[in-house]
Design a binder for this molecule. Structure first.
Ligand code: AHM
Ligand code: MG
Length: 322
C-alpha cells in the first residue's frame, strides 16, 4: 500500500518560506493566529459555556459590549503584549491607544470581534487586524498610531464561519488559510487571491437609504434598475463586515457603508476596520474609496475615526465614480 504524499503548508511554514523585510513580524503573526484559534474555539463553545449575551457595559462608541467581545479583546491584548517588538495596540474596545513598550517598533490595530450584533445568532463574525511601523526612531507615541492605511505593513482578518479562515495581505499578496481543527494549524487553502473585476452584487444596510446622500441613493437605485431590460444587481448583506468582505473578495461585487444622518462619518472605523480591509482588497486587485478619496490615503485624526467606505471589485467602484 502506498501512502499518499501530504501536501499541506501551514501558516508558519508559509511565513518562513516568504520572509518579510520587517523583522519579527512572524512573531506577531504567531500571537495573532493563536488569538484567532482561541476565539474560534470559544465561539464554537459559546452556547455550551454560557458565553452568549451582553455584559452590563455600554462602551464609549455607545454600543452594548458582548461577553465574547470582552473575551476576544483580552485574548488579543494578552497575547500581543508578550512580544517586545509590539510598542502600541489600538483596539476597537479600548478608549485610547495603549502604549505597551515605548521601545517597540510595531503598532497593532484590531477589532477583536467584528459583527457583534450577529454573535448570539450564531451568524458569521470575525476579527480584523493591521500592523504599522512606528514613524520615528525615538520612543513610540500615540501619534504614531494615526497613520494612513497605505503605511500598513500587513493586515488580515479571521472569519469564524462554517470553517475558520484567515486571510492576510502579506508581502504584496493576499493568501488564505483554513484552520484544520484536527491539528490546530492554519493550512494554506487560498493562494494568491484576486477579486473578480466585476460582479453584479451589492452589499449595504439599505434600511438607512432615506438618510444617505442623494448621490449614494441614486447609485444604489441604479444598481437595482431594470430599465431597458437590465438585470438588477443581487443584494447580499450579512451585517458582519468580515463575512461581507470575504464573500466580496471571493465572488466580486461591492460592499458599502455610506454616511447617513445618524452616522455622518459612516459607521465603520478606519484604523482597525476600513484600512486593513482596504489593503486586502487593493492587494487583491480591487479598490476601496471613502467618497472621492482612496481609502488607503486617509490620515485619521483620532484612533476611532469613522469613515464612509465603498470597497470591492474595481468595475463596481468605477460605476459609483461615473
Ligand atoms: P461592530 O464592530 O460593533 O460589530 O460594528 C461593525 C459592524 C460591521 O461588521 C458591519 O458591517 C456593520 O457593523 C453592520 O452595521 P449595521 O448593523 O448598521 O448594518
Ligand atoms: Mg467592528
Amino acid at each position: 500500500m502506498s501512502l499518499q504524499k501530504v501536501q499541506m503548508t501551514t501558516l508558519d511554514e508559509f511565513l518562513m518560506n516568504h520572509p518579510s523585510p520587517y523583522k519579527n513580524l512572524n512573531k506577531i503573526y504567531r500571537q495573532i493566529t493563536f488569538s484567532c484559534k482561541v476565539i474560534s474555539n470559544r465561539i464554537k463553545r459559546a452556547g455550551l459555556e454560557n458565553l452568549y449575551g451582553s455584559t452590563s457595559i455600554t462602551n464609549f462608541h455607545g454600543e452594548e459590549v458582548k461577553n465574547l467581545d470582552v473575551l476576544a479583546n483580552n485574548t488579543f491584548i494578552t497575547s500581543l503584549s508578550k512580544i517586545k517588538d509590539v510598542g502600541a495596540l489600538v483596539s476597537e474596545e479600548d478608549y485610547d491607544a495603549m502604549i505597551i513598550n515605548e521601545a517597540g517598533r510595531y503598532i497593532v490595530t484590531f477589532d477583536p470581534l467584528d459583527g457583534s450584533s450577529n454573535i448570539d445568532a450564531n451568524v458569521n463574525i470575525g476579527s480584523i487586524f493591521g500592523v504599522f511601523e512606528r514613524t520615528g526612531d525615538g520612543k513610540i507615541t500615540k501619534n504614531d498610531c494615526l497613520q494612513p492605511g497605505r503605511n500598513l505593513i500587513t493586515a488580515g482578518y479571521c472569519l469564524y464561519g462554517s470553517s475558520t479562515i484567515l486571510v492576510i495581505a502579506y508581502n504584496g499578496q493576499v493568501t488564505g488559510f483554513t484552520l484544520d481543527e484536527n491539528y490546530g494549524e492554519f493550512v494554506l487553502t487560498h493562494n494568491k487571491m484576486t477579486v473578480p473585476e466585476f460582479k453584479p452584487i451589492y452589499s449595504v444596510n439599505e434600511g438607512n437609504r432615506d438618510s444617505w446622500d442623494p448621490k449614494v441613493r441614486e447609485f444604489v437605485d441604479s444598481l437595482k434598475s431594470t430599465e431597458g431590460g437590465k438585470k438588477p444587481f443581487s443584494l447580499r448583506y450579512i451585517g458582519s463586515m468580515v463575512a461581507d468582505i470575504h464573500r466580496t473578495l471571493l465572488y466580486g461585487g461591492l460592499f458599502m457603508y455610506p454616511a447617513s444622518d445618524s452616522a455622518p462619518q459612516g459607521k465603520l472605523r478606519y484604523l482597525y476596520e476600513v484600512a486593513p480591509m482596504s489593503l486586502i482588497m487593493e492587494t487583491a486587485g480591487g479598490r476601496a474609496v471613502c467618497g472621492e478619496v482612496p481609502a488607503l490615503d486617509i490620515v485619521p485624526e483620532t484612533v476611532h475615526q469613522r469613515v464612509p467606505v465603498f470597497i470591492g471589485s474595481s468595475g463596481c467602484i468605477k460605476k459609483f465614480e461615473i
